[in-house]
Design a protein. Structure first.
Length: 394
């Protein structure tokens, strides 16, 4: 694989522990001059309900940092869902613990004026116009995958396999009002026949709005048994018109390419027998295509550049414990290696540090988390030269 010209630059202090979170939420502000981060007190064990993460905004021009707040609702994989609200200048949102019915909420803060307010549901994804968010049960998430949920609370539906009064919640970010729009019981009735009459405990793992906010996708997973299966479902923003895009099989990381096309590493169950590949699936149909079976040979965190001409991709640690970062040109159908970064054998696996690469809105820069210097840090990388290489060498 060709080596691309790109250099990682750390934007967080040495010898401490920093992370941003997931690969599909806004880390950079609209002007690409600021980056969000959380500072955590350790990286070698799971957080508890009492461990505090400090939330910062980093000025990329001079490295200065402004503390925005603190939270006890965080994890190593998805942080506290700290992210910019691009529709509102200088405004960010993050999850926090509250003494309310669900135990959590979200802080919305204007970092220029200092004004902030709190809503009574944690967020898992925000609509492109920043008017709505979707919320799920983070306690159930913790029981299933501790690296993605928040520690310290028992799921109120722990003994219920598919409750009628828990599932996907739609949150109005202006008023804070929320309501249950899809129950886990509804989803079980749509998909449970796969298990041949065997009752299963189910939960919602990843969930995301599409590019215009008209629909969302989520992964439904069963919690019983040694190995989970994943069904891919989509729905309208109000929870109507639920569509089973793929029945229970293998499915992992995804990214909306357009309002109707979802890129996902999955088994492509409805498309034939090509097996585990990176696919582009068309919503509300059982049609799609592979992207490049020769290049995308393993599961990775996939995201498309803002102009939809390039794919950013990464790997889990390979045999030598290095994680690889890739850039792929959809026009020339050529890809290359942005870098290899030494990881470590994390135990438990839920504290691991995935690269989770994120695009800046300009498409000229990316950021990612890594431990290759011996501690968790956040790094940026200018990819303009790498993109030029992929075009000119074609």
């Amino acid at each position: 694989m060709r080596q691309l010209n790109a250099t990682a630059k750390r934007i967080t202090p040495a010898d401490s522990y920093w992370l941003f979170g997931y690969y599909d939420i806004p880390a950079f502000d609209r002007g690409c001059g600021r980056h969000l981060a959380i500072h955590v007190p350790f990286m070698d064990h799971m957080p508890t309900k009492d461990d505090v993460a400090e939330i910062y905004c980093i000025d990329l021009s001079d490295g200065s940092r402004e503390k925005l707040g603190e939270t006890k609702a965080w994890c190593f994989q998805q942080s506290c869902f700290i992210q910019w609200l691009p529709a509102y200048p200088d405004t960010v949102i993050w999850n926090t613990r509250l003494d309310n019915e669900c135990g959590y909420g979200a802080v919305i803060k204007n970092i220029r004026t200092g004004e902030q307010r709190v809503i009574d549901r944690p967020v898992a994804t925000v609509s492109p116009d920043c008017r709505h968010a979707l919320s799920v049960n983070f306690d159930r998430m913790f029981d299933f995958r501790p690296g993605y949920g928040y520690a310290g609370r028992r799921d109120p539906w722990y003994d219920v396999k598919h409750p009628e009064d828990d599932g996907v919640y739609l949150v109005d970010l202006e008023t804070g009002a929320y309501r249950l729009i899809i129950s886990l019981d509804t989803l079980w009735k749509l998909t449970g026949k796969y298990f041949g009459g065997e009752d299963q405990k189910v939960m919602i793992n990843h969930i995301n709005f599409n590019t215009d906010g008209s629909r969302f996708v989520f992964l439904l997973r069963n919690m019983d048994g040694a190995h989970w299966k994943t069904a891919i479902l989509t729905a309208n923003t109000d929870g109507s018109d639920i569509y089973v895009l793929s029945d229970f099989a293998y499915a992992s990381h995804y990214y909306w390419v357009s309002p109707d096309v979802l890129s996902i590493h999955s088994s492509g169950l409805e498309l034939g027998d090509l097996g585990n590949q990176l696919y582009e699936l068309t919503d509300r149909t059982h049609t799609g295509r592979t992207v490049d079976t020769g290049f995308f040979v393993r599961d990775g965190h996939v995201s498309y550049s803002p102009d939809r001409q390039y794919i950013l991709y990464d790997s889990y640690p390979l045999a030598d414990l290095h994680q690889e970062l890739y850039l792929y040109d959809l026009k020339t159908r050529r890809g290359g290696l942005l870098g290899r970064f030494k990881s470590r054998d994390f135990k438990p696996v839920d504290i691991r540090c995935d690269l989770h690469p994120v695009w800046a809105p300009s498409g000229d820069m990316i950021s990612f988390d890594s431990v290759f210097e011996g501690y968790r840090g956040i790094y940026t990388m200018d990819v303009r030269e790498a993109k030029r290489q992929l075009r000119e060498e074609a």
